[in-house]
Write a protein that binds this ligand. Structure first.
Ligand code: NAD
Ligand code: DAU
Length: 351
């Protein structure tokens, strides 16, 4: 395992980032984790309350689109590796405001690459730039087939185009400047702490409140779902054991049509909430489709499985049950997120 001392993790107040921060802070006490996050609407420090006082953890509020700020922080802390998760991550928002995605996902990534290149130029040994990316860069599949690491990029949404561009920049810095890098492209994550704009937490929240469940189009779109903690474990492995300049696909071996997933979610929630049979299914409402909606994503994760020994540890049934329980037990978190009160946490905690 390659040991590094000062890890810069970007986007650590977000959904996936917060699980990766917790894993690294608790598993590697000898390593210092710097969590850099601008705390956009998607960043929530309440996600990290349990580890915020750890000695090997520092929160840095900064915007990756601000090159001067990023250069300053690299000069100050001399990070020896980067795990880059900060991004605008919601496809629907990218359709209404593509430029925000260009700024954060493309410009922000290039700012980080420039700062790493400059800081590491005299000694690249032991350095690593890890870009956490998405399977959406590959575009859409038809009814059959899987995305492999050699599938051509063919992004369809402004979000996936911006993530594809950032992957290309990372690779280009590897080729041009010998910057050591790895990239992983993961399928849809679900689990605790996901902002309730994405399918599963939005629908859990709406079922709790008995509000309509807006299924786009006919609901026959397929996604490959992975429990977020299994993604965090894969990131740990890729970071420590991944080969320089390689890409690893990460997926759940777990394809679901949206409509089937929503019906399963309704059933589990009716049981947990002691509601009548099929009560929540009645909330399903078919609404206007997402423009450019990708039909199907499915990952071939055999490379990370055979080379690094990773596979998901949680079945979908278990993961979904754990996720529902978490949202039901953390109604204060959900209430703070839906009311916007979570945004006061930084002022209270850090100012
Ligand atoms: P998220 O939206 O929950 O979190 C993103 C975080 O980035 C937030 O904390 C936000 O404050 C921060 N951020 C945004 N703009 C910033 C900026 N300009 N400067 C500094 N910080 C900024 O996202 P997520 O779902 O946790 O995804 C994390 C990463 O993983 C993203 O790069 C995403 O593309 C990728 N990914 C996500 C999924 C998924 O299913 N959610 C799957 C595969 C890959
Ligand atoms: O595949 C990885 C990607 O998964 C990540 O890179 C993205 O950051 C993440 O947001 C996710 O993208 P999706 O667009 O697949 O996720 P979302 O939860 O927005 O939608 C999942 C499916 O559900 C998709 O087919 C659209 C549909 N949907 C979504 C919402 C929010 C609905 O039918 N109704 C909804 O209200």
């Amino acid at each position: 395992m390659k040991k590094r001392k000062n890890i810069l993790l970007t986007g650590g107040a977000g959904f996936i980032g917060s699980h990766v921060v917790r894993l690294f802070v608790t598993k590697y006490p000898e390593v210092h984790i710097y969590n850099l996050d601008e705390l956009t609407y998607a960043g929530n420090l309440e996600n990290l309350k349990d580890i915020e006082d750890a000695e090997n953890y520092t929160f840095l509020r900064a915007d990756i689109t601000n090159a001067a700020e990023i250069d300053y922080l690299f000069a100050q802390y001399r990070f020896d590796s980067v795990i880059h998760l900060a991004a605008e991550s919601h496809v629907d928002r990218s359709i209404t405001d593509p430029m925000a995605f260009v700024k954060t996902n493309v410009l922000g990534t290039v700012n980080l690459l420039n700062a790493a290149k400059e800081t590491w130029k005299d000694d690249l040994k032991g350095k690593l730039f890890y870009h956490v990316s998405t399977d959406e860069v590959y575009g859409t599949l038809g009814e059959t087939g899987l995305f492999t690491e050699t599938t051509s990029y063919d992004p369809n949404s402004p979000y996936s185009a911006s993530k594809a561009a950032s992957d290309h920049f990372v690779r280009a810095y590897g080729e041009t400047y010998n910057l050591p890098y790895v990239i992983s492209n993961c399928s849809n994550n679900y689990g605790p702490n996901q902002f309730p704009e994405k399918l599963i937490p939005l629908f859990i929240n709406n079922i709790i409140d008995k509000k309509p469940l807006p299924v786009y189009g006919d609901g026959n779109y397929t996604r490959d779902w992975l429990y977020v903690i299994d993604h965090a474990k894969a990131i740990d492995l890729v970071f420590h054991e991944g080969e320089n300049s390689e890409t690893y696909n990460i997926g759940g071996f777990n394809e679901w049509k949206n409509i089937d997933l929503v019906k399963t979610l309704c059933k589990q929630m009716d049981e947990k909430l002691n509601r009548g049979e099929a009560e929540s299914e009645k909330l399903i409402t078919f609404v206007k489709d997402r423009p450019g909606h990708d039909l199907r994503y499915a990952i071939d994760a055999s490379k990370i499985h055979s080379e690094l020994g990773w596979k998901p540890s949680v079945t979908f049934e278990e993961g979904l049950s754990l996720t529902i329980d978490w949202y039901l037990q953390n109604n204060e978190w959900l209430e703070h997120v839906t009311s916007g009160a979570y945004q006061d946490y930084y002022e209270k905690q850090y100012k």
